[in-house]
Design a protein around this ligand. Structure first.
Ligand code: PLP
Length: 400
């Protein structure tokens, strides 16, 4: 009996989903070397790398999403507007999640496309970008390429975005980038602080656009935090960006979106690439939206592993900022490069340098519990080499 391509895929979903999950570690061999500042080249051959450098969900997407991706192979030859579902359906599904209209949503090839369009749309040589330091580098990188002015405000003593000087700097700016929780410092601003920020920037500088990046929204457990989406929907010149790359585990699918006032988003929609989200990305994102239990489970898993890692590092004398994300920003008391290279030699790759704290702090993504237990043994051997080198050697041998 002939087997259709669709039937073949359907019959193979379980094994293929399993193979996809099993192949997860191989992403390391193809990823952007800049993410680990070259440290990944130091991982010895034959050692299974533990990748704690890119704030990805270490388990990837759930089975519903993997199955949705696999089911789309027969439509790989179609443009996204000819596929079922298409981009219009994805926009409607995201709009449905927030009970808003489709014109309140713009989808991007990852939220980076949204950030890039925002800098292009809202900054000029006269009206620059205001951002935290350190914060996610994408917006200043684009502004730098455009030669638009950038004002970077160093985080406060608790590694939170420093609201007062950011408000002052925002007067006359084209765009303010407020990353909440903030990458790489992992701290969060409470709902009151964000509302106060928006109100005061709007009062002093009504033409300034405020972009609130909530890439790590799904990992927050602090009760003082609330999404700024409702605020954005009722306030002109304010919008929120979100991504499927983090808790949804879909970094490779490249799907993100902006949500806000239709008038504000028109400027982004004009600049985005046509058909920017693929047939696979559309199907995957829609399946993910239909599976909220997966996000709840991922948040709970991350919270438990995050608490373990914070405590283990504290026991090693290394304090982390108050993390509300899937990564830690930790004082290792030495240059990040020194720590990163030493860890990489034992198979653990942590984040790149984050000036102005590159002499003391590293960003460590939260992996699985198993990965973090192994990573902590490596951290111990790097931070306390004299007492634990034998343990470290044994540990390394046991991973081969
Ligand atoms: C704060 C923040 N915003 C946006 C992004 C971009 O994510 P993506 O383009 O995968 O949606 C990242 C990625 O690390 C991030 O940390």
């Amino acid at each position: 009996m002939p087997v259709s391509r669709r039937g073949f895929l359907r019959g193979s979903l379980d094994t293929r989903s399993g193979a996809f999950i099993a192949a997860r570690g191989l992403e390391a061999h193809f990823a952007d070397a800049a993410q680990g500042d070259g440290a990944r080249a130091l991982v010895p051959a034959g050692v299974n790398e533990i990748r704690l450098s890119s704030n990805e969900n270490p388990l990837g997407p759930g089975k519903a999403v993997l199955d949705a991706i696999l089911m789309k192979f027969p439509e790989a030859g179609r443009y996204p507007f000819n596929s079922t579902p298409n981009e219009t359906a994805l926009v409607a599904a995201i709009a449905g999640k927030f009970a808003v209209k489709p014109e309140n949503i713009v989808v991007g090839a990852g939220s980076q496309e949204i950030l890039k369009c925002a800098v292009r749309a809202f900054t000029t040589p006269e009206r620059g970008l205001v951002t935290g330091s350190p914060s996610f580098e994408n917006c200043p990188r684009i502004a730098r390429r455009l030669e638009h002015p950038i004002t970077e405000i160093t985080v406060d003593s608790k590694f939170r975005l420093d609201i007062e000087p950011m408000i002052a700097a925002s007067k006359g700016a084209g765009l303010v980038f407020l990353n909440n929780p903030n990458n790489p410092t992992a701290t969060v601003l409470g709902a009151g602080a964000v509302t106060d920020f928006v109100t005061r920037v709007r009062a002093a500088s009504p033409d300034t656009v405020i972009l609130i990046d909530e890439a790590y929204h799904d990992y927050v457990t602090d009760p003082s935090y609330r999404s700024a989406v409702p605020l954005a929907l009722e306030t002109p010149n304010v919008f929120v960006s979100r991504t499927f790359s983090k808790a949804y585990g879909m970094a490779g699918m490249r799907v993100g979106y902006a949500i806000g006032h239709a008038d504000t988003l028109k400027a982004l929609a004009r600049l985005k690439m046509p058909y920017n989200v693929s047939v696979f990305g559309i199907a995957a994102a829609m399946a993910a939206l239909n599976d909220p239990a997966h996000i709840d489970a991922e948040r709970a898993r991350n919270t438990a592993v995050r608490a373990f890692a914070v405590k283990a590092l504290e026991d090693l004398g290394c304090k982390s900022s108050a993390s509300q994300a899937n990564f830690l920003f930790t004082d290792v008391g030495r240059p990040a490069k020194e720590f990163r290279d030493a860890c990489a030699k034992q198979g653990v790759v942590v984040g790149r340098d984050f000036p102005p704290f590159e002499k003391t702090h590293v960003r460590i993504s939260v992996g699985t519990m198993d990965e973090m237990q192994k990573a902590v043994a490596v951290f111990r051997s790097v931070l306390r080499p004299a007492t634990t080198s034998l343990d470290g050697r044994r540990q390394e041998e046991s991973w081969r």
